[in-house]
Design a protein around this ligand. Structure first.
Ligand code: BEZ
Ligand code: FE
Length: 289
């Protein structure tokens, strides 16, 4: 059969008919259909097609051990959040993007430790409790936490200014599922714009900023791990996150506390900034069947 605009899709779909893995076959057939429909819809010129190939080539060439431009592209197109949301647990804390700065192993820390190794910022305490969906407190939950500085940079972005591990910590909840640690209030910040994704944002009049947040991964045996953030209520860009990652339920007040008992308990002096973030872990699918 001649390859025409009308017959193209059937010809390519047919070419995958011997694919042994049924999921791979389903994915490739769907990819072909959507890609062909997209091309028929926009009818690119040859120059536009070459520009698209050049763009994707530049995205690949920007990647190295510490920079993942494809993930960034997926983030700004909302694909990362779509995949997260499709895979999120129904009965637990909502998940959101992992982001590109979870690239080093967080240092093990004790409850109450500070993740702010510079001690130059406004002191802030983040505390909460991890429970299962039925409200049972979960002891020994591993909490991987990472955040940027008050100036909006992660440690890996400022190796000359911040010691490795600044803004990061690996904690374990206590016997009653509680956790608390000291930090600084993170800032909103721009995602990296010195690559092709930055050029895409500029060409489309989009800003590169993310609202202030602290990243968490919570994992416990028998439960579905959750990758999430606590967002600082009132932060600039909370309504227009460049990577579409804000979920209402994750926005939390970072309030000034004058509670001297709490201050003693947390090892700070009042007044201090305090945020409470409780995490619910859904039962792992294999544990329910
Ligand atoms: C982050 O929150 O660290 C992040 C997420 C997506 C893109 C860039 C940064
Ligand atoms: Fe971040």
């Amino acid at each position: 059969m001649d390859f025409t605009v009308e017959t193209a899709t059937a010809a390519v779909v047919e070419s995958f008919k011997n694919t042994e893995d049924p999921r791979l076959r389903q994915v490739l057939e769907s990819l072909t259909r959507h890609l062909h429909d997209f091309v028929r819809d926009i009818e690119p010129t040859m120059q536009e097609w070459e520009a698209a190939i050049d763009f994707l080539t530049a995205v690949g060439q920007k990647c190295d051990d510490t920079r993942q431009e494809f993930v960034l592209l997926s983030d700004v197109l909302g694909v990362s959040m779509l995949v997260e949301t499709l895979n999120g647990a129904e009965h637990g804390t909502e998940s959101t993007v992992l982001g590109p700065f979870h690239m080093t192993v967080s240092p093990r820390r004790e409850l109450g430790d500070s993740i702010d190794l510079l001690s130059t910022g406004r002191p802030c305490v983040i505390s909460g409790r991890v429970t299962s969906a039925d409200g049972t407190p979960l002891p020994g939950v591993e909490l991987d936490v990472w955040q940027c500085s008050e100036d909006g940079f992660y440690d890996v972005q400022q190796p000359d200014v911040q010691p490795p591990g600044n803004g990061r910590g690996l904690f374990r909840t206590d016997d009653e599922g509680r956790f608390w640690f000291r930090s600084v209030v993170p800032s909103h910040y721009p995602i990296p714009t010195d690559g092709p994704v930055g050029r895409l944002l500029e060409a489309t009049g989009r800003h590169p900023f993310r609202p202030a947040h602290v990243h968490f991964i919570a994992s416990a045996d028998g439960h579905q791990p959750v990758t999430t953030h606590v967002f600082v209520a009132g932060s600039p860009y909370i309504e227009s996150d460049a990577v579409f990652a804000v979920k209402r339920g994750l926005i939390t007040d970072f309030t000034e506390s004058h509670d001297t008992q709490d201050a003693d308990r947390f090892g700070v002096t009042a007044p201090f900034t305090h945020a409470t973030f409780d995490i619910v872990l859904a039962t792992a699918p294999e544990a329910t069947s």
